[in-house]
Design a protein around this ligand. Sequence first.
Ligand code: G3P
Length: 218
Amino acid sequence: MKIFLDTANVDEIKNASEANLIDGITTNPSLMAKEIKRTGLDSNLILKKITKLVSGPISAEVVSKDLDGMVKEAKKLKEIAPQIVIKIPMTFDGMKAVRRLKKEEIDTNVTLVFSANQALLAAKAGATYVSPFVGRLDDIGNDGMNLVGEILTIFENYNFKTEVIVASVRHPKHVKESALMGAHIATIPYKILNKLFNHCLTDQGIVRFDNDWKDAHK
Ligand code: G3P
């Protein structure tokens, strides 16, 4: 399973990419706004910096709601770097934009997906990726990972090439379940990435090895 980092924070991306574990990046207007406030840089410059750190796909979201606006914005974003993927919300106009961009060989990531039918429509429109938001579904008492399973089954049934990005990841269990289900990608916040490294027995083991080593060299 590929791991994307769900952040626009350039420092986090720099740190994570040093271990070569990050296959791509996803951003959204909220994450971008946070980074604009933190750095004082504009969003294009932030994206440019990210493209220098990660060679894989980098999702940048349009903020226009109408078809022509989305397509125009997408083309501008695409000028920043070839690995930019255009993130488009799941709306009727959004799917028309996906279709138009596909004709121009521009990759898209359909975001704010909360049902299997939405994912089916996105795949039929020609989306490169769909992003089911598992955490936000869990938050309202639904089962986010169940939706991921449904989408994977539908895509397999009809041999869609669209890849599933498990998004709105809240904890390591979401990551493990994504991998067990065979999701193509999980996009995870930096703090969750850090949690994946941790195990209390690893920490205890390091202390014990250290103590034994010191004891023998007194
Ligand atoms: O990038 C989209 C998604 O991962 C947002 O997650 O935590 O705002 O629900 P969250």
